[in-house]
Design a protein. Sequence first.
Length: 323
Amino acid sequence: MSNLTIVMYHYVRDLGHSRYPEIKGLQTELFEQQIAYIAKRYNPISAYDLMEAVVGGEELPPKAILLTFDDAYIDHFKSVFPRLEKANIPACFFPPAKCILEHKVLDVNKIHFILASVANKNDLVAAIYRSVQQNRTAYGLDPIEVYWERLAIENRRDPAEVVFVKRMLQRELPTALRSILTETLFKTFVTADELDFAQELYMSVDQIALLHSAGMYVGNHGFEHYWLDSLSEYQQRREIDLSLNFLRTIGSDTDRWIMCYPYGAYDKTTLRILREKNCTIGLTTRADIANTSTDDPLILPRLDTNDLPKSADAAPNEWMKKA
């Protein structure tokens, strides 16, 4: 068989009893139910099985599934890892190295917690409006209406206001202004103690090394979690190389390895660099079932956890039937 369901996860926690119940994540008990559903309906494989299928032509089992966990959250060590071990299910973990090594909160996570801390998202839209108006001349910005028209488009996960805030703070504004505005909003609405917050949010080097030594796969997710397609070739190489250096320190194989694109973003330059560096697999965020026989192995699609049922006894859904 060559069909493969790849599922991505981010936050997995007891949301109702956390300080940030509005953070977009998967409740721990629902994760347990989903794991039970997967064990009942699918055949979990490891990253190494996938790489053997791509490089060596090995057959995958029917209804093959691979679980992937992005961004090195402490949730993955405390909530996910014990449950995967209990169910004997392998998985892949993709840490952005900077947050682990330097105890810095990634801008993507600052944005998550800003959004989770502000009930009325229009307050954040207004703050961005003010910043654009104040900095238009200095940064050569477009009129704010241009950004709104282009970016404020509801998607399958977020309303228009949230999409607008994310896109403006993630990549649309110039890097320097994005950083200043995100930092200001984070300090205003979340916390001024970034070090303490980072140590609470992310796994440590030792915890990630333990995942690796326990047989879980740890792969490349860039160093600072940038949209790779927004970077120069030099910057892309730096992002990839710094992450590879980190992976070597924990013993992860960098001769045959997997790239998980931050935000699912890549371009032709990214793919050329990865091929030069013997990258075996690249994981996107495009929602579909992968096919190891026909898909380019550097741009394999992934489903979101929300695409699979969260009940052990659920009937097969459309993605299951397609698999």
